[in-house]
Write a protein that binds this ligand. Structure first.
Ligand code: 5GP
Ligand code: MG
Length: 179
């Protein structure tokens, strides 16, 4: 894919992300009973940095980490989207406390599909957290239990999130501006 030249304008600093994750972890701990294991499920690949920081804020809890990869394909002729599971969980979630971790909720189709799928496996508790939310883009009826930051309809990168597989290693969130 040919890339147009672009610059990245910083939008959310590493420090702000860090502070927000501390707050979110406190709320998550209040929601999940002490002494019960939490299966933290990261959606590959964009959530890998977020999940790494988040689970370390849950350091005093019994946490298991698993991953799921989903891909959504837009359909030009319909407003619907097909979501496919490219990599399923390794572990069972029936009767367990599950926290799904996503990078961005955009149209909402991906998480909507994933939550229905995981819900059909009868977890004891199923909650979702997304670092970023673009509410103005929503198509599916989906709402995460926790959101790090609401952002406008901009294409963002960094902190695990890519543009053409680059910029995942930036410690902050920035928006892509084509020059
Ligand atoms: P949706 O909610 O539309 O089903 O899809 C959410 C997914 O779209 C996110 O997990 C992410 O992979 C991708 N996405 C949405 N907005 C952006 C963005 O600004 N930058 C990047 N790199 N991916 C995005
Ligand atoms: Mg994604």
């Amino acid at each position: 894919m040919a890339e147009r030249p672009y610059v990245i304008d910083k939008m959310i600093s590493a420090k702000a992300i860090d502070a927000r994750i501390e707050e979110l972890a406190r709320e998550i701990k209040a929601e999940f009973p002490v002494g019960e294991r939490i299966v933290v499920v990261g959606l590959l690949r964009g959530s890998f940095v977020f999940i790494a920081d988040l689970v370390r804020e849950l350091g005093d809890r019994d946490v298991e980490v698993d991953f799921l990869e989903a891909s959504s394909y837009g359909n030009a002729t319909e407003s619907s989207r097909e979501v496919r599971i490219l990599k399923d969980l390794r572990g069972e979630i029936e009767g367990r406390n599950v926290l799904v971790v996503e990078d961005i909720v955009d149209t909402g189709h991906t998480l909507n599909h994933v939550i229905h799928l995981l819900g059909s496996r009868h977890p004891k508790k199923l909650k979702t957290i997304a670092l970023l939310d673009k509410p103005s883009r929503r198509e599916a009826d989906f709402k995460a239990d926790w959101i790090g930051f609401e952002i406008p309809d901009e294409f963002v990168v960094g902190y695990g999130i890519d543009y053409a597989q680059c910029n995942r290693n930036l410690p902050y969130i920035g928006k892509v501006r084509f020059t």
